[in-house]
Write a protein that binds this ligand. Sequence first.
Ligand code: SF4
Length: 205
Amino acid sequence: MNNIISIRPTEEVFSITWMIGRRCNYDCMYCPTELHDKVSKHHDLVKLQEAWKNIYKQTSAKQLTYKISFTGGEVTANKNFLPFVAWLKENYNISSILITTNGSAGLKYYEKLTNYVDAISFSTHTEFMNEKIFFEKIKVLNRLMIRPKKSLHVNIMDEYWAKERIKLYEQFCIKNQISFSINEIDYNKKTREEVLKNGQSNLEI
Ligand code: SF4
């Protein structure tokens, strides 16, 4: 498996960005093919554990703790991801686990995940997201990810076709004291011109 983007030693921790796989249940028009597809196989639990053991073998002599940022594809689309992070936290000296997700997994799934991860970044993707379900979930989870120990953040993707919706997302986050940022999009590697309308514009404040 050669999906690890970087292993960067710092004074206190090893900081690792780990792309767990390209597979994603969404297909955002601006997302390059090297970052997502709908066909690649999910890595099984044993393979993920072996990959970690290999990293650990090469880095444990420094006796540092680890900070691991998981990205995809969509990390939650792999059913082995939750057991994998649980196994990591239970068996290794991991100071923090951070994940980026499109928010499409169920509330119960994320509630379980909050036991093992320290920071969750949710990204809005209006071509596919159901706004109401997405933001209601975040409202609940924001109460579980309490700072300074834990954190939750919403990356509002600055999609040119969704400017009005984005204003609403901002208002929702402000009203509910949810950390957010408006994220600029690079359209240079877009995979199509057409903007799909598979999402639900149903958020009201
Ligand atoms: S949800 Fe993320 S990984 Fe999936 S297609 Fe959209 S931008 Fe790419």
